[in-house]
Design a protein around this ligand. Sequence first.
Ligand code: DAH
Length: 339
Amino acid sequence: MLEKIKNMLAEVEQLHANSAEEIEALRIKYLSRKGEITALMQDFRNVPADQKREVGVKINELKNRAMEIINDLKASFETSDGDTADIDITRTAYPVELGTRHPLTIVKNEIIDIFSRLGFSLAEGPEVEDDWHVFSSMNFAEDHPARDMQDTFFVESHPDIILRTHTSSVQSRVMEVQQPPVRVLCPGRVYRNEAISARAHCFFHQVEGLYVDKDVSFTDLKQVLLLFAKEMFGEDTQIRLRPSYFPFTEPSAEMDVSCTLCKGKGCGMCKGSGWLEILGCGMVHPAVLEANGIDSTKYKGYAFGMGIERIANLKYQVKDLRLFSENDVRFLKEFEAAN
Ligand code: DAH
């Protein structure tokens, strides 16, 4: 047996081939199920017990060496000149499909870019939040309807743990760890218990802004928002502020921009009014400052919050909110140019 192995090893060491077919024939001759080395291995059964060890080692060596030699032959053949003749190295490469940024990311980045030029830094908070940060610290009364099951998703068995309904919770997260001056922008996803339709979804995205310092006034807020509107929708954009109510601001306002389609003349998109609502804002309620550890006799602040989908709709006239979360590449590809 040892003799046979030795002879076959010598034979294998001499192998050579001139084509892929010849290499395959060698593989079949030695290593296939009916190959000569395979047959030797089957004979191993009959080797006396006291020789098994030595013969086993040699047979394995033979098999590994044969595999190595045949693989080397294959490799040298594949890279040899003869076989590359039909590869056209001047041919243009296959195009690589590039992805595009999601339209909501494009708009979010644009908003961040505008406010970061005004000195705002970024802050983020958790989407699964407690009642304190979403509601109580933001001056929502115990019986405020927004706390209702109708609007808010609760984490089962934890009446205190909810999915945040707005990014205003991040205001609280920032103020509780940072004394003024505070100037942050807080983008993120929010959740509301709404039936999904073209105009509403159970999750969407917001950007919150907060500025707290000495002597902050409503005029500062208005000026910053005017600048934002012009940067976002064009230099000729106008804004108007309408009195409104939010528990966490006093006074509160909603801001409209002149219609991005008809420029204020009145059209289908602005329902003939010439104006489009884009955000809520106001002066931070002193109770909110106090609840978050900031002295309201020393500091004042303004805040604003806007929906990213809303801004994207106005910029790109997306008619159906659901498109933003369906991941249809045909829709996403339409934003290639904006990337
Ligand atoms: N949190 C409000 C909402 O989800 C938006 C908002 C309004 C945020 C006024 C603010 C603000 O910071 O001052 O509808």
